[in-house]
Design a protein around this ligand. Structure first.
Ligand SMILES: O=P(O)(O)OC[C@H]1O[C@H](OP(=O)(O)OP(=O)(O)O)[C@H](O)[C@@H]1O
Ligand SMILES: O=c1cc[nH]c(=O)[nH]1
Length: 182
């Protein structure tokens, strides 16, 4: 049966405020922009990372480099793990060695995408540290991964899904909970 939307949990203003807060928290935790770089996970982590970079520029007057990791989840029928993330492309046109890398994604769920992103980043260089910023943490981790910066914690059941829409891809900024009917 088709999934249906249960509730909208963030509108454009709520997303903007959460990203502004995250930008301030990143600056506070890292004492400014020195050695800071942002890396967004495609697809929706990228416009979110861009907005955080814009806000940092407005606050500090400094442009922070922005890279992209393209990671796709594909169903792995041979594995008990259900699905596996595949790193398709890395567009990080700067050296991350010695940098403070802020990884940005829209939803943190099992943690598998972030694990693949960490592997890809470590293949690219030796960052000083890696921190994780997500718009939504919906729980159900299957790996020991946690976010340093969270827009909103949303307790969910496994039957539910979080749908993040962003202006650049979907024409609107919003977050909704979707229920999969079985
Ligand atoms: O913690 P995990 O279980 O790995 O799940 C989180 C990932 O799932 C989503 O990607 P999706 O494949 O839905 O693509 P999207 O970014 O285009 O929405 C989301 O963007 C995260 O990258
Ligand atoms: O609910 C979920 C889980 C993973 N990725 C999403 O975008 N939503």
């Amino acid at each position: 049966m088709s999934p249906h939307e249960k509730a909208q949990i963030m509108d454009a203003d709520a997303i903007r405020r959460a990203l502004t807060r995250i930008a301030h928290e990143i600056l506070e935790k890292n004492q400014g922009t020195k050695d800071l770089v942002l890396v967004g996970i495609r697809r929706r982590g990228v416009p979110l990372a861009r907005k955080i970079a814009q806000t940092i520029k407005e606050i500090e007057g400094t442009s922070v480099p922005l890279g992209i990791l393209d990671i796709t989840l594909y169903r792995d029928d041979l594995s008990q793990l259900g699905y596996q993330p595949l790193v398709r492309k890395t567009e990080v046109p700067f050296d991350i060695t010695g940098k403070k890398v802020i990884l940005v994604d829209d939803v943190l769920y099992t943690g598998r995408t972030v694990r693949a992103a960490l592997d890809a980043l470590i293949d690219l260089g030796r960052p000083k540290l890696i921190q994780l910023a997500v718009l939504i943490d919906r729980g159900h981790r299957e790996l020991p991964i946690r976010a340093d910066f969270v827009g909103k914690n949303v307790p969910t059941s496994r039957k539910e899904e979080i749908s993040v829409s962003v202006q650049e891809i979907d024409g609107v900024d919003r977050v909704a909970i979707i229920e999969r009917k079985t």
